[in-house]
Design a protein around this ligand. Structure first.
Ligand SMILES: [Zn+2]
Length: 84
């Protein structure tokens, strides 16, 4: 499973989730068994993280893409890495 922790700082665990690989409901083919299974596994894992006592921050891929478009500073920051 593709787990991409962004950072673990103090007691906060931040994770970036790709919409396709984690079955996010934003996808147009929502409802297929594979997508439901991926989302269920992701939710279980995130719940486990909470049960371990971490504060959890989740950033879905689609939210990140919206943020890049909406926030000029974030968009410029990302563009720097695209040009490298
Ligand atoms: Zn999504």
């Amino acid at each position: 499973m593709g787990i991409v922790p962004l950072r673990i700082h103090c007691n906060t665990y931040t994770e970036f989730l790709g919409c396709y690989w984690h079955g996010h409901l934003c996808l147009p083919n929502t409802g297929c068994d594979l997508q439901r299974e991926r989302l269920a596994k992701t939710r279980l894992r995130l719940q486990y993280t909470l049960e371990l006592g971490y504060d959890l921050e989740v950033m879905w891929e689609c939210e990140w893409r919206k943020r890049i478009r909406a926030d000029g500073d974030v968009g410029r920051f990302v563009k720097i890495f695209e040009e490298v």
